[in-house]
Design a binder for this molecule. Structure first.
Ligand code: PEP
Ligand code: MG
Length: 563
C-alpha cells in the first residue's frame, strides 16, 4: 500500500488555445512562457539533485540532455519569436515548435538522431505542464513531489527506474497489466502499483490524497480516518509477517514430506542481487539484461556489460547465475540506441533471440561480456524467445567463436558455460522433445507462454480473465515441458511471475516442478508455502489435474491435496 498525493500524467490532454494574441497581451504571454521554461528547468534540476548511485549515472545523462535542450537557442528563440512576432499563445507556440522540430528529426537518416525526437516531446511536455499549472505555485508543486502517486495511462519501463528517487511512492495506470514489464519493474522497485483503473484520470485531481493497495487493486480517494487506520494496520501486519518470514532466511527449502526444492531469484537491479543473497536464494535463475540498455541512447559496450555481469557473479558469491541475453523488441527498445523500426505486432516481431541473431556485433559484445564474467563464478547463458533448434545452434556457434576469440586474446574464461533456452513460445514447448538435445537447460517463461498459448496480450488488462495460467492448455504444456526435461536429464526451471505466486505453488509441485525462480521479495513466502505442501500427494494428483476441463475443475482437484 502507499499513501500519497495524486499527480496526473496526461500529456496528450493539454488544451491548446489557438486564438491569436492581441498586441497588448504579447509581453505578458512572453513572461508566462519564460516562467514555464524556468519552472521546467528547476524541476529537472531538482530531479537531478535527488539522484544518487547507479541511477545518477544512468538517468543523469538523460536529464542533462533535457536540461541542455531547454537552454537551446534554436528552441527558445523560436518560441519567443512565435509569441512576439507570430502572436501565438505560449501553448500554441510550444506545439508548433514541437511539430517543426519533430519533422526535422524525423527526416534524419541516422536512427540515433532520429530517435532523439522523443527528447523534444519530453521537454516540450514538461514546459506545457508547467504552463497549465498555477505557475506561482510551482515551488509548492516541486516540494509536493515528495510523496506522490503517479496517475497515468501507462508508464513505460524506461520511465520507471528514476521514480523512487523522485519521491514517487506508488503508481496507478488506467491500462497496463500485472504481468507487463512495467508491473514487474514496479515490483523490483518495491513500488505499489494498481493497473486497469480505467477512470483514474477522469476522477482524480492533482493533489488529491490517495491510498492505493497494489495487492487488492484498490484506490481510495480522500481516505477517511478509518481507511488510514486500515492502512496503518496493514503496515503493522506486513511488518509482523516480515519478521515471521525473516526466520526462514537460513531455512532449507523443503516440502512437508521432505522433498528438496530449489528457489532461485529473478533480478534486474543491483539491489535485488543483495536481496537474493540475503533470502538464501540458490542462485540467480533469471538476470534480465534489458535494464542495461534502457534509459539511454548509446549502447553499453563490452567493458560496461562485463562490469555489470562480473558484479552480479561476485555479488552471488559462487552461487550459479543465469544471464539472459537481451530480450528487447520494438516495444521495449523504443528510444534506445538500437534504432528499431516500429512493428505492428512487437510481441510477435523481431524480439529476443530473433533480434540478437540479426545484430551479431551487438550480440557478440554481450556474449563476450558474459563469458568474461564466467571467470569469476558459475555462469549460464539463457536465450529468450527461442522457437526452434536452428536458433540455438546459431547462438552456440557464436558463443563458441566468442570463447575462442577471448582465449586467444588472453582472457580467462570458464571451461564450460551452459547454454539454455527460455521456453516461452508454444512451438518450443510442444516441440521440446526434439529441441532439448540442443540445450543444456531450459527455463519456462510463463509470462509469455501464457500470452502466446491463449492469444491474450499480457499487457492488456481487458483480457485479464482470459489470460489464465490455470487454463488446461497451459497446464498440459507445463507438464509436457517438465516431463521432456526429466526424460532427457536436463534441468528445467520456471521463472515467470507464476513461480513467485503462492496461489500456484501446490499446482507447480503437482506438475513436477522442483526448480523455481522468482522475484527475491517472494522467495520466503514461497519457501513458507512449500513447507506446508505434501509433494507426494500432489504428484499423485497430476493425471487428474491434466484431465480437468477448466480452472474450476483444476481447483477442485487441488483442494483434495489439502483435505
Ligand atoms: C517470461 O516470459 O515468463 C519471462 C520470465 O520473461 P519476461 O517476463 O522478461 O518476458
Ligand atoms: Mg518472456
Amino acid at each position: 500500500m502507499a499513501l500519497g498525493r495524486a499527480r496526473l500524467v496526461q500529456p496528450s490532454q493539454y488544451v491548446i488555445d489557438e486564438r491569436p494574441l492581441d498586441p497588448e497581451e504579447v509581453e505578458a504571454e512572453a513572461q508566462r512562457l519564460q516562467l514555464a521554461l524556468d519552472t521546467a528547468r528547476t524541476e529537472l534540476k531538482s530531479i537531478r539533485d535527488k539522484l544518487h548511485g547507479a541511477l545518477a549515472r544512468e538517468v543523469g545523462e538523460f536529464i542533462d540532455a533535457h536540461s541542455l535542450l531547454l537552454e537551446d537557442p534554436e528552441l527558445t528563440h523560436g518560441l519567443f519569436d512565435l509569441v512576439r512576432r507570430g502572436r501565438y499563445r505560449a501553448g500554441a507556440a510550444l506545439k508548433l515548435q514541437r511539430d517543426r522540430l519533430a519533422a526535422v528529426f524525423e527526416a534524419m537518416d541516422d536512427p540515433y538522431l532520429r530517435s532523439r525526437r522523443e527528447d523534444i516531446d519530453h521537454v516540450i511536455g514538461r514546459v506545457q505542464a508547467a504552463l497549465t499549472r498555477d505557475v506561482t505555485a510551482a515551488e509548492r508543486q516541486i516540494a509536493s513531489r515528495v510523496g506522490t502517486v503517479l496517475i497515468g495511462d501507462a508508464i513505460a519501463p524506461a520511465d520507471m527506474t528514476h521514480l523512487p528517487a523522485q519521491g514517487v511512492l506508488g503508481l496507478v495506470c488506467t491500462g497496463s497489466s500485472p504481468l507487463g514489464h512495467s508491473a514487474i519493474l514496479a515490483r523490483s522497485l518495491r513500488l505499489p502499483m494498481v493497473v486497469g483503473a480505467h477512470d483514474a484520470l477522469a476522477v482524480l485531481r492533482d493533489d488529491d490524497l490517495v491510498l492505493i493497495d497494489g495487492e487488492r487493486g484498490q484506490i481510495v480517494v480522500h481516505p477517511t480516518a478509518q481507511d488510514l487506520a486500515r492502512y496503518r494496520q496493514q503496515q503493522r501486519d506486513a511488518q509482523r509477517e516480515g519478521q515471521r518470514l525473516a526466520q526462514l532466511v537460513h531455512a532449507e527449502t523443503r516440502t512437508r514430506d521432505g522433498a528438496d526444492i530449489r528457489l532461485h531469484a529473478n533480478a534486474e537491479l543491483p539491489d535485488e542481487v543483495a536481496m537474493a543473497r540475503h533470502c538464501g536464494a540458490a542462485g540467480i535463475g533469471l538476470y534480465r539484461t534489458e535494464f542495461l540498455f534502457l534509459q539511454r541512447r548509446e549502447l553499453p559496450d563490452e567493458e560496461e556489460q562485463f562490469d555489470a555481469y562480473r558484479n552480479l557473479v561476485l555479488g552471488m558469491g559462487g552461487l550459479p547465475v543465469t544471464v539472459r541475453t537481451l530480450d528487447l523488441g520494438a516495444d521495449k527498445a523504443h528510444g534506445t540506441g538500437l534504432g528499431l523500426r516500429e512493428e505492428e505486432n512487437p510481441a510477435l516481431g523481431v524480439r529476443g533471440v530473433r533480434l540478437a541473431l540479426r545484430r551479431p556485433v551487438l550480440f557478440a559484445t554481450q556474449l563476450r561480456a558474459i563469458l568474461r564474467a564466467s571467470a569469476y563464478g558459475p555462469v549460464r547463458v539463457l536465450v529468450p524467445m527461442v522457437t526452434g533448434p536452428e536458433e540455438i545452434r546459431a547462438v552456440r556457434s557464436l558463443l563458441q567463436r566468442c570463447a575462442r576469440d577471448l582465449r586467444s586474446e588472453g582472457h580467462e574464461i570458464a571451461d564450460q558455460v551452459e547454454l539454455g533456452a527460455m521456453i516461452e513460445v508454444p512451438a518450443a514447448a510442444i516441440a521440446l522433445p526434439s529441441l532439448i538435445r540442443h540445450i543444456d537447460f531450459a527455463a519456462i517463461g510463463t509470462n509469455d507462454l501464457v500470452q502466446y498459448t491463449l492469444a491474450a496480450d499480457r499487457n492488456n488488462d481487458a483480457l485479464s480473465t482470459l489470460y489464465d495460467p490455470l487454463h488446461p492448455a497451459v497446464l498440459r504444456l507445463l507438464a509436457g515441458i517438465l516431463a521432456s526435461g526429466a526424460r532427457a536429464g536436463k534441468a528445467v526451471s520456471l521463472c515467470g511471475e507464476m513461480a513467485g505466486d503462492t496461489r500456484h505453488t501446490a499446482l507447480l509441485l503437482a506438475l513436477g516442478l522442483t526448480d523455481f525462480s522468482m522475484h527475491p521479495a517472494s522467495l520466503l513466502q514461497v519457501r513458507d508455502a512449500l513447507s506446508r505442501c505434501d509433494r507426494g500427494r500432489l504428484r499423485a494428483l497430476a493425471p487428474r489435474l491434466l484431465r480437468a476441463a477448466d480452472r474450476a475443475g483444476i481447483e477442485r482437484v487441488l483442494a483434495r491435496a489439502d483435505a
